[in-house]
Ligand binder design. Structure first.
Ligand SMILES: *Cc1c(COP(=O)(O)O)cnc(C)c1O
Length: 432
């Protein structure tokens, strides 16, 4: 819980919060453009200085000078496991259960298949993957792809509309007929549109009590709030390297698989890097015993190195403090919105309750796209999610409380002056 703020907040109050902020100094560790408030770290994290330095070093020393020797001399071959361990520490996982590789989508395919095969091995007649209707599309597409491979009779997707609260999901799990058919519950911890945060501990326990395997997508939660994968007894999880972990565009993602499953798992993307001994060049695949079994091909060393360095920014960060600041930033932002008469047309979609929200705010507005484009033009970078959502991410490592003031002032200006009505802001870009 955060401390309540005064009835009206002003710039001076926000300046005081910045002065008292134990995380304020972290901002110096990032390179940020001038005259910009970056409220999109939930889509692409800002660049840590150490990540830039490391990338340079990988190019100018490792690749160019040490060439292939670097696989050993610079530990390239161990990078997926090394980065995995750093992510494990930030997600409440004991050693040996997290590995860095591929994209979130590909990793979902691997854990989904593994979970389906585990159920099959238990002779369970379970064929349903249960998920949220509003889940990020790629998550649902990966299930569709798997279903087309396994056949509809062996794998089908059932979607639950959970847009208001966890109750609909809990009811689905409690439904004896549905639960008996369900192989996997696949949930995204923080909804990418609304920013709603699910109760990982409770939902995992409820599903497992019915024999369901649980997969969590941490795309909008890893690096944004404390996560306790082991304590919640999660089966599998995946997440992104380029959002709150600041690993850079297209940074590799990660997989968590609970130790208790390792010996009996089979994942279908059986590439040589997941072999127990890649350099014996066996004719047949024999999986590695540990979390390495989730590797497929050669790791993307340049981007994985940038992520490796970026994760060090978290070394001295207390995730409880980070969470507190994240909530406080979004509380201030929303309070400032409420203090402006002209912003009453913005409808908050994110739950106001702190326990039910991640590190973003989503507002519905019929001209959300144009508002977003006008904001970006004025140096406040947010994003738009169809059909009508203005989405703002709050990244406590490099945002200041005064940035909340600046961004809401700019937003109010755009609305008051009707600047956003200009035709130029209606032009749809390929990436929104
Ligand atoms: C961002 C995001 C992804 C991205 O997947 P990629 O394979 O990295 O493109 C997946 N799932 C969720 C829930 C996301 O928010």
């Amino acid at each position: 819980m955060t401390n309540p703020s005064p009835a009206q907040i002003n710039l001076k109050y926000l300046q005081q919060l910045d002065q008292q902020d134990p995380l304020a100094k972290k901002r110096d560790e990032f390179i940020l453009p001038e005259n910009t408030v970056y409220l999109d770290g939930n889509s692409l994290g800002a660049m840590p200085k150490v990540a830039a330095e490391r990338s340079q070093h990988v190019l100018s020393q490792q690749w160019s000078q040490d060439l292939i020797k670097s696989w050993n001399s610079h530990g390239w071959i161990d990078l997926p496991a090394k980065v995995g361990e750093k992510i494990a520490q930030l997600t409440g996982a004991a050693a040996g259960q997290v590995i860095c590789c591929d994209s979130t989508s590909v990793n979902l395919f691997k854990v989904l298949s593994s979970a389906m095969l585990l159920q099959q091995a238990n002779n369970a007649e379970r064929t349903v993957v249960l998920s949220q209707a509003g889940n990020f599309p790629t998550d649902l597409y990966m299930v569709e792809g798997l279903a087309s491979l396994l056949g509809k009779q062996n794998c089908s997707l059932k979607l639950i509309d959970d847009s208001d609260n966890d109750l609909a999901l809990e009811q689905a799990i409690a439904d004896p007929e549905l639960a008996a058919m369900t192989a996997v519950l696949m949930l995204t911890q923080v909804d990418f549109r609304s920013g709603r945060l699910l109760n990982m501990h409770r939902l995992t326990a409820l599903a497992q009590a019915k024999g369901i395997i649980v997969i969590w997508d941490l795309a909008h939660s890893a690096g944004a709030l404390p996560i306790a994968l082991d304590a919640c007894n999660v089966d599998f999880a995946v997440g992104c390297g380029y959002k709150y972990f600041n690993g850079g565009p297209g940074a590799p993602a990660f997989i968590y698989a609970a130790q208790r499953h390792h010996h009996k798992l089979l994942q279908p993307l059986t590439g040589w890097m997941g072999h127990k001994s890649p350099f014996t060049f066996d004719k047949h695949y024999q999986k590695a015993q540990g979390i390495e079994q989730f590797l497929t091909g050669t790791p993307a060393i340049i981007s994985m190195s940038a992520l490796d360095a970026a994760l060090d920014v978290f070394n001295d960060v207390d995730m409880t403090l980070l969470r507190q600041k994240s909530l406080q930033l979004s509380n201030c932002f929303h309070q400032l919105v409420q203090q402006h008469e002209c912003l009453q047309s913005l409808q908050l979609l994110t739950p106001a309750n702190e326990a039910e929200r991640g590190s973003q705010l989503a507002y519905q507005h019929e001209d959300a796209y144009a508002l977003c484009q006008a904001l970006i033009k004025q140096g406040v970078i947010a994003d738009f999610r169809a059909p009508n959502i203005l989405r703002l991410g709050f990244t406590p490592l490099y945002l200041r409380f005064i940035d909340m003031w600046t961004s809401v002032e700019v937003l109010a200006d755009i609305v008051r002056s009707k600047e956003y009505i200009k035709a130029e802001y209606k032009l749809k870009h390929k990436v929104t």
